[in-house]
Design a protein around this ligand. Structure first.
Ligand code: BGP
Length: 487
């Protein structure tokens, strides 16, 4: 029988993001974040950002779309905003981390809520209460020998920076971000080895994620340039302040297949894939590739750079490549491609989740190889999991579908390591304890090993219950994968 033991010191754990998990709105002097203005939604009803115009008019727009110039975030008392309470990790972190320990985690990825540390982003000094909260989290993790993996900025911005400077359109946001990095490295650096500078830059971004009102190519790519530069400065600062640390980023990496072997479909695959790689190429290879320069020319985008920008990108590339993997996608020459190159076509050979995400564990092996071949740097799966409708009965959920999804993905990770030679550092499953869905704002799209008693409108006790997969994952993690062979 095949032995599925993973390498010694393999990192096994879970991942979350503050706006979906933490809650604690307004507590501990936390300031307003762009994600606070994002309403709930569903698979068919897009989440909205609610805003106010300078003349006092109230409006809303798609949370990844274009927001009118001059609009500022606005809280409408008629709306439900899931980020405000999320599932209340803020008050329940001890209980949740104890559950993580019981599942055998040796790593936990969480993100910093920027406005807990700098409520507007403009303060000179960090907010002690905010710093203390994450220190408490780290203390608790240390108690169980769980290594923290910190995402410095997971798809959000202080509302002040978005409303006054148009977020990442402005170089002021680079300074504000580096202040956040400095505060975190200084306070947590001795105890945190792994860092991610940003989350999924290659997914459509608007006001809620990067604070930029316009989603037009000129504004989008200029904002991304500022983010790349900020990340390079963060790598430099991290290496200086925390020798031996590892800094990565996180990219959304669905596998992408041509729908047929028609040469036109293959060429479409190459072109769309490159749009996904735009972000990681600059940040891991340290320069804009030729094809990217050509693309910017075609889009009439002129990047405004400062003198040291290109050198910073060259000198401070990331140390490893973190990525999320949920699904694969197909593309053909007629596919509908989003403005930043995303294609969501399904695959006739694969089944899909109720949200239409194709199930493709082999695609993970393909992506692991693709990334390792391309960058020749260690990789880490920092998100992967199954969003499903769970039926809660008798205090638990029989989620055999989740077990089967993860088992197949783990086996492919194992083969990528042992048969293909991929240097895979670890795996943080999304999301070990149920939380709010990013794309739809729902609770019913559940990923966890732990069920949280809360519905789409935030009603419920938020009490935690172990699902069937809880025991299963404990065996896998604690045996370092060996228990997979009995499955
Ligand atoms: C990624 C995000 C996460 C998370 C995950 C699952 O895009 O980094 O924040 O939410 O996807 O997506 P969803 O919540 O939409 O199911």
């Amino acid at each position: 029988m095949k032995d599925y033991t993973f390498p010694d010191h393999f990192l096994w754990g879970g991942a979350s993001a503050d706006s979906q998990y933490e809650g604690g709105f307004g507590l501990g002097k936390r300031g307003l974040a762009t994600t606070d203005f994002v309403t709930d939604g569903s698979h068919t009803r897009p989440r909205q950002v609610t805003y106010k115009m300078p003349d006092g008019t109230i409006g809303s727009c798609d949370f990844k779309g274009e927001m009118p110039s001059g609009a500022i975030g606005y809280l409408d008392p008629e709306q439900y905003y899931p980020a405000h309470q999320a599932v209340d990790f803020y008050h329940r972190y001890k209980e949740d981390i104890a559950l993580m320990a019981e599942m055998g985690f040796n790593i936990y990825r969480f993100s910093i809520c920027w406005t807990r540390i700098f409520p507007t982003g403009m303060e000179e000094e960090p907010n002690e209460e905010g710093l203390q909260f994450y220190e408490n989290v780290i203390d608790e993790l240390e108690k169980y020998h769980i290594e923290p993996l910190i995402t410095i900025c997971h798809d959000q911005l202080p509302a002040y920076l978005a409303d006054h400077y148009d977020g990442w359109s402005s170089r002021k946001t680079i300074d504000a971000y580096l202040k956040l990095c400095h505060a975190c490295f200084k306070r947590y650096g001795a105890r945190v080895k792994y860092w991610l500078t940003f989350n999924e830059l290659n997914v459509n971004k608007g006001y809620a994620q990067i604070g930029v009102h316009s989603t037009q190519p000129q504004q989008h790519y200029q904002a991304m340039h500022h983010i790349f530069v900020a990340s390079a400065y963060a790598v430099k600062m991290a290496h200086e302040m925390m020798p031996g640390c590892m800094v990565g980023n996180m990219y959304a990496m669905s596998a992408l297949y041509p729908l047929t072997c028609k040469p036109d479909d293959m060429l479409a695959q190459v072109n769309v894939r490159r749009l996904t790689y735009y972000y990681s190429d600059v940040m891991l290879k340290g320069k804009y590739p030729n094809w990217a320069k050509k693309m910017l020319e075609r889009l009439h985008v002129t990047l405004k750079m400062e003198k040291d920008d290109e050198q910073m990108l060259r000198d401070y590339p990331l140390d490893f490549c973190g990525f999320s993997y949920y699904r694969s996608t197909t593309v053909n020459k007629d596919s509908k491609i989003s403005a930043i190159g995303l294609c969501m076509d399904t695959n006739p050979y694969l089944e899909a989740t109720p949200w239409g995400w194709p199930l493709d564990p082999k695609g993970l092996r393909y992506v692991l190889n693709e990334l390792y071949d391309r960058y020749d740097k260690p990789v880490m799966v920092v998100e992967n999991g199954l969003g499903e409708i769970d039926t809660f009965a008798n205090g638990t959920v029989n989620d055999d579908y989740r077990i089967s999804y993860l088992k197949d993905h783990f086996k492919n990770m194992h083969d990528a390591i042992y048969e293909d030679g991929v240097e895979l550092l670890g795996y943080t499953m999304w999301a070990p304890i149920d939380l709010v869905s990013m794309s739809t704002g729902e609770m019913k799209k559940r990923y966890g090993f732990v069920y949280v008693d809360m519905d789409d409108k935030g009603h419920g006790t938020k009490d935690r219950y172990k699902k069937k997969s809880f025991e299963w994952i404990s065996q896998i993690y604690k045996s370092n994968g060996k228990a997979l062979k009995e499955e």
